[in-house]
Ligand binder design. Structure first.
Ligand code: ATP
Ligand code: MG
Length: 367
């Protein structure tokens, strides 16, 4: 029998997280009841920087356990520049969650909405639709444990170490090829581009060799490499050439913000962190301290992340209604922007949380 009851861990986090979570849950409940047949049970937990300030704990054990046992986790954003661990690091328990759940594939779709005045204005750039996969457990970002400072004063030097393992590469490359295959069936190019810096760093040369080895198992998919500096140029010059990009953790962090820029800002960019069985869905953006409490937060990235969650659950459990619900959210958001009535603050307009939410709900009602 197909599973129809889903438990979802919800972590609103900090800052604008509180302004975009509830409305997203409303949207998901509405769309799921519209297609019928399924029930989502949301359980919210306090976690993040404010919770750390109050209790000394950034991610309560209870929340972590719930996330481990639930069908999926929906997270808004965490961290506030003014609240830090004693060693100066920002409070980012979402990284802990990612590592503990072994969510190795950071999926960042770059899909432009019609009707928005985007930074790239050529016709080809108006319909961007590619996916950046960011390895999320290794690379320079995973060096927190081995970080060291040697020497003192003017002779001091700080070291981060980049780890890129065979197993870490294999699983994320296989994920990227699998996604390209799935997309090819939907009419996309069927191409994976590996982004590295193999001309300078040995760890990236190693990564490239593993990529070439994995590519041999997927001869129906075009496999190519690009250096990260060239990728930055090409993502601005001819981004439509890409289908699936796969890269190391920090490069992925940087390039996915570039991708968000192509879409019109951080408030437009959804993401998923996916492992073998578990997944966390969250907008690419942070807590946006500069706009907290002003009604300016764009909920679109959160809505689209919710849609990614429904789609993933649908595919995991062979549940066509959830996939349909995900498509309806995407369509409602697309139609909301296509109306040309919305211009988010990030693009110089004055459509805030309420205007965007109302329009998306109105479009959903018409579908
Ligand atoms: P993190 O370290 O968590 O990635 P960050 O320092 O990169 O955070 P963000 O919080 O992502 O910063 O915000 C970057 C910029 O984008 C800010 O100017 C912020 O106001 C804007 N921004 C982020 N998210 C949104 C949103 N949902 N709606 C509108 N503006 C946003
Ligand atoms: Mg950022």
């Amino acid at each position: 029998m197909t599973k129809t009851n889903f438990t979802i861990t919800v972590l609103p986090g900090d800052g604008i997280g509180h302004e975009i979570t509830e409305i997203c849950l409303d949207l998901l409940n509405q769309v799921v009841s519209k297609v019928g047949g399924n029930q989502l049970e949301f359980t919210s937990f306090a976690a993040g920087a404010a919770h750390y300030k109050e209790t000394g704990i950034s991610l309560p054990e209870e929340a972590m356990q719930h996330a481990f046992n639930s069908d999926a986790t929906l997270l808004a954003c965490m961290g506030l520049p003014s609240i830090r661990y004693p060693d100066g690091r920002e409070i980012a328990p979402q990284l802990e969650l990612r590592e503990k759940m072994d969510l190795f594939a950071g999926v960042r779709p770059v899909k432009t909405m019609p009707g928005l005045p985007l930074p790239l204005t050529s016709d080809a750039a108006k319909n961007l639709d590619f996916v950046l996969i960011r390895e999320s457990t290794e690379g320079l970002f995973a060096s927190r444990e081995t970080f060291k400072i040697e020497g003192e004063g003017e002779s001091a030097a700080a070291y981060d170490t980049q780890k890129i393992s065979y197993q870490g590469c294999k699983r994320v490359f296989d994920f990227a090829f699998g996604l390209a295959k799935q997309r090819k069936q939907q009419g996309y190019q069927g191409k994976v581009t590996c982004v590295d810096k193999a001309n300078v760093l040995g760890s990236f040369y190693f990564m490239r060799q593993v990529f070439d080895e994995r590519a041999k198992n997927h001869t129906d998919i075009t496999a190519e490499h690009i250096y990260v500096d060239a990728a930055a140029l090409q993502l601005v010059a001819k981004p439509w050439q890409f289908d699936v990009l796969v890269t190391e953790n920090m490069f992925g962090d940087i390039l996915s913000d570039l991708g968000a820029g192509l879409m019109g800002g951080m408030g437009m960019a959804p993401s998923a962190d996916i492992g073998f069985e578990k997944a966390v869905f969250q907008p690419c953006h942070g807590t946006a301290p500069d706009i907290i409490g002003q009604g300016k937060a764009n909920p679109t990235a959160m809505f689209l992340s919710g849609a990614m969650m429904l789609d993933w659950l649908g595919h995991q459990h062979n549940n066509v209604q959830l996939i349909k619900a995900a498509n309806l959210v995407n369509k409602a958001v697309e139609n909301a922007y296509a109306s040309e009535e919305l211009l988010p603050y990030e693009l110089g307009g004055n459509s805030g949380t309420k205007a965007i939410t109302d329009k998306v709900f109105a479009e959903l009602a018409k579908l």
